[in-house]
Design a protein around this ligand. Structure first.
Ligand code: ADP
Length: 190
């Protein structure tokens, strides 16, 4: 089972991915987490992406596709992947489809978390105050939302055409959203 958690920045993808890990045999593949780990380690890759991420812009397709490709065998061995924050462009989605196809797999379900812009801005302001994540400042967040609308939202028709897109109201409580995702996953399994 391969699942994409899809939605704008701060929609709750990471939170829900971590919840799902507790109940399902899957591996979370978050390109955001991988990139932050690269920055924390001080690697050459980390140094290359730090400024880009801080400004709220997208890292190149080449970099994130390579990060995901490296982790696919591990996810497959675990029983599937929860993709979180990836793919973010049509080129990434096409690369993912190809990589999975090469392994005899596919994306089974895309869950879109719907959260409106004012709620996102409010959430990220709270998160910035708590964690101080460098790209949660208002200026960078504006750039991240714009990148989502310009480059990532076009993936919705792409996955709709594949027939595996479902929408979940992401404005509810963490538990309510988790339940809605669980229901969708069970239906997709059945
Ligand atoms: P959020 O979903 O809250 O925006 P992420 O952790 O998914 O947070 O992403 C943080 C930043 O990491 C993005 O703004 C971008 O700079 C970079 N990034 C993460 N995933 C990708 C991706 N798939 N393609 C390009 N850039 C990415």
């Amino acid at each position: 089972m391969n699942l994409i958690l899809f939605g704008p920045p701060a929609a709750g993808k990471g939170t829900q991915a971590k919840r799902l890990l507790e109940s399902r045999r899957m591996v979370q593949l978050s390109t955001g987490d991988m990139l932050r780990a690269a920055i924390a380690s001080g690697s050459e890759l980390g140094q290359r992406v730090q400024g880009i991420m801080q400004r709220g812009e997208l890292v190149s397709d080449e970099i994130v596709v390579a990060l995901i490709e490296e982790r696919l065998p591990e996810a497959e061995a675990a029983g599937g992947a929860i993709f979180d924050g990836f793919p973010r462009t049509i080129a990434q989605a096409q690369a993912l489809d190809l990589m999975l196809k090469g392994r005899g797999k596919r994306i089974n379900l895309v869950v879109r978390l719907r959260v409106d812009d004012p709620a996102l801005v409010e959430r990220v302001a709270g998160r910035f105050a708590e964690s101080g994540r460098a790209d949660d400042n208002p200026e960078s967040f504006k750039v991240r939302l714009a990148a989502y609308n310009a480059q990532t939202a076009p993936l919705l028709p792409y996955y709709q055409a594949q027939g595996n897109l479902i929408e979940v109201d992401g404005m509810g409580s963490i538990d309510a959203v988790a339940q809605a995702i669980d229901k969708a996953l069970d239906a997709a399994h059945g």
